[in-house]
Design a protein around this ligand. Sequence first.
Ligand SMILES: CC(C)(COP(=O)(O)OP(=O)(O)OC[C@H]1O[C@@H](n2cnc3c(N)ncnc32)[C@H](O)[C@@H]1OP(=O)(O)O)[C@@H](O)C(=O)NCCC(=O)NCCS
Length: 354
Amino acid sequence: MSHFELIRATPEHTPIIHEIWRRVYGHDFAQDRPDVPEDWQTWFLGHEDGAPGFACQVNHYEIHARGRWHRCAGVSCVATAPEARGTGLTKFALNELSRVCAHDGFDCAALYGFRDSYYRKFGYASAGWRWQISSTVDRFPHLKAELPLRAIPHGDFAPLEECYERFIQTMSGSSRRSQAHWLRRFGKRAPDVYAVGDPVEGYFWTNPAGFYNDLEVGEFVWTTGRAYRSLLAGMRSLGINKGKIVWCEPPTSPFLHQFRDHGVDAAWHRSSMFRILKADRTLGDLGLVVRDGICGDSGSGSGEISIAGATQLWLGSVSARTLADLGELTASDDQIAELDRAFPPQDVVCMEFF
Ligand SMILES: CC(C)(COP(=O)(O)OP(=O)(O)OC[C@H]1O[C@@H](n2cnc3c(N)ncnc32)[C@H](O)[C@@H]1OP(=O)(O)O)[C@@H](O)C(=O)NCCC(=O)NCCS
């Protein structure tokens, strides 16, 4: 029987981790990695019988859910060397990672899975997605700007911060951003950012290159109706020489409820997965046993809920009634009604990509 271990990487492990990433994700990906993780990241290395075979990165975020901020481990760059696949190393490493992150004080973990079905085995639940809407310019609503559009100086995120934080507090699953998070979100070449209102009530960013191609809006954030409408007006004017305008909105999309029309497409985009690591610090006392075969059961009561169901209930992607219908929750009708009052469904969106 093999012996598996997962360790927190130190600088001497960098060449080994880079080599695993190079063999799994290619040269460009490995070359883009820093020599050591940034101070808001941790690298982990997994071994089977002393041989390195697994690597991943944990990004430290603080996400909003139901009026509170929670430390969230954003798991990325998951890679198992081809010869180590199917040996049980990955399964061990991902489960151990949850235990280590819980021990390190993370309340939850998040990732973008290559397949949700794969990560469900490790207690992750599908939670969080957004609409990607695309409309030809001639089908785009012709709205009058109620607030003037202004350009934000390149790379300057300070005027956007408050607006962004208010926006993400209308839903769950998005993280507040440090300077490092903003720089990473802007990417290698800072996009052009346009805002309305002073202080900023809404903004979007884009890169205008090309003719008759798509105008891709990178981030679209608003906190008032007049900001929303004014930004749509701004997008339309930027899209005048384009084929389509493409942007994203949370599941309760104002556009799809007010302005959809034939010729407008909306696709399910960037579905994320979350996993509660600490049930008491996220859900509080539910009066139920939270079943977690990896980090350990918690809570007490006559009913029970799976860790995946608990995660969806907490974030708001699935109601208690639906979880009961799906077999993820066993409780009395009164308890289910009470859970639905305490945890009403809400939008879950992860605004970071990692
Ligand atoms: C994804 C990856 C990390 C998985 O590692 P692995 O060692 O191949 O995974 P395992 O073989 O241990 O799979 C664990 C279990 O999941 C099952 N499984 C594999 N693919 C699955 C899928 N798509 N859906 C559901 N289950 C799946 C396996 O059958 C196995 O089940 P078992 O324990 O009952 O036998 C690895 O294949 C890899 O590095 N891929 C390329 C990079 C990548 O896609 N990373 C993930 C980014 S999100």
